[in-house]
Design a protein around this ligand. Structure first.
Ligand code: IMP
Ligand code: MG
Length: 177
């Protein structure tokens, strides 16, 4: 149950998200140049974004899922990234698009990028719904950033706080009173 001391402020509504997803898909199509694409969803946060994005891409697209975790119940990274569930597909020699929810300090993405690069894909690019720059500690490439948002703790459209708010259709900022 959401806590009554938690308040939500709208940051990006669902119509703006949908429009951006369509443009991102066009940029990704231009990059893949008609080649088969393996898309990878980083669970859990990216699942709604991923579902919307892949439906804007053209055939052939395959899909893999992995789960990484760096957060406990707090709103800060624990500083360690665990791969809780690995891919069931081989990335070797494939054109791969990794789809993330938020890049914050950059640690999760750094670890995931390195793990995937070591498996020798033909090409690897990252698409992240939100590129949040204020707490960036690790320089990592995000080839297809959805929205640049400087700061704030965001929920909705797949993003959670302690497993709440993922179902919201908009991206909102969570405030604590
Ligand atoms: P990083 O390793 O510090 O870049 O953290 C990235 C991960 O932390 C993201 O993939 C999210 O799962 C989570 N995260 C970071 N900022 C937020 C936020 O504002 N809302 C929800 N989750 C976040
Ligand atoms: Mg994440």
């Amino acid at each position: 149950m959401p806590n009554p001391s938690e308040q939500l402020k709208l940051v990006i509504d669902s119509a703006r998200i949908a429009a951006r997803v369509r443009t991102l898909a066009q940029e990704i199509e231009a990059w893949r140049q008609g080649e088969p694409l393996l898309t990878i969803c980083v669970l859990k946060g990216a699942f709604i974004f991923f579902a919307d994005l892949v439906r804007q891409l053209s055939h052939p697209v395959s899909m893999g899922f992995l789960r990484a975790s760096s957060y406990g119940k707090q709103d800060r990274s624990s500083g360690q990234v665990r791969l809780q569930m690995d891919l069931d597909l081989d990335v070797r020699d494939k054109r791969v698009l990794l789809v993330e929810d938020i890049v914050d300090t950059g640690l999760s993405l750094k670890v995931l990028r390195e793990a995937l690069e070591s498996r020798n894909p033909a090409a690897l690019a990252v698409c992240a719904l939100v590129d949040k720059s204020e707490r960036r500690e690790y320089a990592v490439n995000v080839e297809f950033p959805g929205f640049h948002i400087r700061k704030g703790f965001l929920v909705g459209y797949g993003l959670d706080y302690a497993e709440c708010y993922r179902e919201l259709p908009d991206i909102c900022e969570l405030h604590f009173s």
